[in-house]
Every structure is written in C-alpha cells, then in structure tokens.
Design a protein around this ligand. Structure first.
Ligand SMILES: Nc1ncnc2c1ncn2[C@@H]1O[C@H](COP(=O)(O)OP(=O)(O)OP(=O)(O)O)[C@@H](O)[C@H]1O
Ligand SMILES: [Mg+2]
Ligand SMILES: [Mg+2]
Length: 303
C-alpha cells in the first residue's frame, strides 16, 4: 500500500517507528509535513499539493497531528478524506477529542464513567461550581493544557476559589473536577487499536506529586488491566469515533473513570514499557480495513 504519515517531524520516535514498521511490511511510506500541504478546494476534484507536486495514489493516511496545529491539520486530513483516502483516525474524531469539554459531554451522554466535572464562565458562579463537584480537594484544569501543565490540585475550598478566580481573570478556559485520591497519583494508559486494548501501562507520579505525566517525572510500568477497564477504554474510543486512541483511566473506588482520550497517542512510552510492536499492530489494522469493501471513511470529509 502507499501510505502517508502526516507529521511535522520525521525524527520523532512515533513517526520514525511508523515509517520503519510500514516499510518492513512492504508498504511505500511517505512522511508528509502537515503544514507544507496546500489545498485546492475550488473545483469538484479536491487536490493536495506538496513541494510543487500533486499528492496522488495514497491508500491510507496516518495522522500524527500535534495539539498546536489541530485546526490546519484536520483540514489537511479532511481533504485526504474527500479524495477517498482511508484515514487511520477521521478528522471529525480528532477535532472532537481535542476539545476536552466536548469529549466529556459525549462520554457522559453514552454513560462512560468519568470524574464528576463542572465548568462555568462567570466568577460569580465559582462557589456553586465548587459545591457542585463535591467541594475540596479538587482538580482545576486549563482546557488548553498538555503534559500536566495547567493541572492544579486545590486542597481547600479557599485555594480552589483563588485559583479559579485567577484563571478566569486571565480569560483562561478551565474545568473543575472531583479529585480521585484513591488513584494514588497513578493513571492507566490503554492503547486502543480497533476494538481492542493492545497494550496498557501504569504511570506513577513521583512522590509528593499527583500528576502521573511522564513529562512530570512519572514512571511507566506494565500493568494487567481488568475486563471492566478494558471494555471502558474500548467504549471510550468508540464513542469518540477513534480507531486508534490512548485512553487514560483513573482507578477509583467505584470502577475505572475516563480522564481523557488522546487521538495521537505516542508510541515511545508504551512500546518501551510493554515491549510490544504497537506500530506493527497499527499496520495490521490498516491492512485489514483496506480489505473491507466499505467506504474509506464514514464521513468522507463531510464532518
Ligand atoms: N480528577 C483527577 N483526580 C486525580 N488525579 C488527576 C485528576 N485529573 C488529572 N489527574 C492527574 O493529573 C495528570 C494530568 O491530568 P490530565 O491528563 O487531565 O492533563 P494533561 O496531561 O495536562 O492533559 P493532556 O494529557 O491532554 O496533555 C493525570 O495524568 C493524572 O495523573
Ligand atoms: Mg494527560
Ligand atoms: Mg491528552
């Protein structure tokens, strides 16, 4: 197959692993810089141009779109979908997953377990918002945060009020969430491909820290997950419409709670922790899908 990886940087671990794994399986794999694609949508025949050439003949596309370029990246992907190319994850699903509020609303609508979460706009509603999620301690998150930056644990109501006030004063969008203390500073990353969790790892925060992000010094290890955790992760990915997803769970006293669903989960941490060939499993999925005589995408760029 002729496959494109949409990625800004060919030397990133995930990108280079996907290129190498695809070529090993006999595919022609091109890494294409998302921001260097330009598009013609003024005619009936949508095209994508790259370094003076028209991109043609691709069977599948693997989007690796960073959070900072979601808007342009999903537009490029949508253009490929309009051309009938099979996307590993669809542009609509990626847009959904990038919006934390929209994701949590979708998951709640489908009855997927999550921490009690609230959001509000006006500083006048802070007190009631805090009560609504069960009072302190609670977690306050910047909607645009990544890698644990902008995630704050407020131990007391007073602390919560001042942090929320400060964020609102800066016009930052935030959500407020029940603190799952019993998770013990750990979360579980479930790597979903198709309708299976193909690998899972536990990330444990450093002592004295509640954020388990590897960028914040968290330690990854292999973990055996329960059938309930497995089915929760698969359901969360399906609700978001993602074929490949990194679903992050917290272990609570009342079962697994979904914290977030990532549409471009990294391969390095999970392959290193579990020793599994995740890139290979992604290609098995693409190869299987391409055998099916279904439309290449559900929305064909209509989303
Ligand atoms: N409600 C919560 N209860 C307990 N711990 C939490 C809660 N929310 C977040 N955490 C901890 O904080 C870490 C960071 O939170 P989260 O994943 O929501 O933000 P982020 O990692 O910055 O966002 P992103 O993963 O999109 O970059 C989590 O991995 C988890 O360990
Ligand atoms: Mg996270
Ligand atoms: Mg994330």
């Amino acid at each position: 197959m002729k496959i494109a990886i949409l990625s800004r940087n060919p030397s990133l671990y995930s990108t280079s692993r996907l290129k190498e794994a695809g070529e090993k399986r006999g595919h022609e794999v091109h890494v294409i810089d998302t921001l260097r694609c330009y598009m013609n949508m003024a005619t009936h025949k949508p095209t994508i141009h790259y370094q003076g050439q028209v991109l043609e003949g691709f069977d599948a596309i693997i989007p690796r779109i960073g959070a900072s370029i979601t808007f342009y990246g999903t537009a490029v992907l949508r253009q490929f979908e309009m051309m009938g190319v099979f996307p590993l994850n669809e542009s609509v699903a990626i847009s959904r997953a990038r919006d934390k509020l929209r994701s949590l609303q979708l998951l709640s609508r489908k009855g997927v377990g999550m921490p009690v979460t609230g959001f509000a706009h006006s500083p006048d509603d802070i007190r009631d918002l805090i009560s609504m999620v069960g009072g302190a301690p609670l977690v306050i998150k910047l909607l645009e945060g990544t890698q644990g930056i902008g995630v704050v644990l407020a131990e007391t109501r007073k602390a919560a009020e001042s942090v929320i006030e400060a964020f609102m004063g800066l016009k930052a969008n935030i959500l407020v969430q029940e603190f799952i203390k019993e998770a013990g500073g750990a979360d579980i990353r479930c790597f979903v491909v198709g309708d299976k969790v193909v690998a899972a790892m536990k990330r444990q925060a450093q002592p004295g820290e509640f954020r388990s992000n590897l960028h914040r010094g968290g330690q990854a290890s292999v973990i055996k997950i329960t059938p309930e955790e497995r089915s929760t992760a698969v359901r969360a990915a399906r609700v978001m419409g993602l074929n490949v997803a990194g679903v992050d769970l917290l272990r609570s006293n009342h079962g697994p709670l979904v914290m977030e669903v990532n549409s471009s989960p990294g391969l390095e941490g999970i392959e290193t922790a579990t020793g599994k060939d995740i890139a290979g499993l992604i290609y098995s999925f693409i190869e299987k899908k391409s055998q099916e005589k279904k439309p290449s995408t559900r929305t064909k760029g209509q989303g």
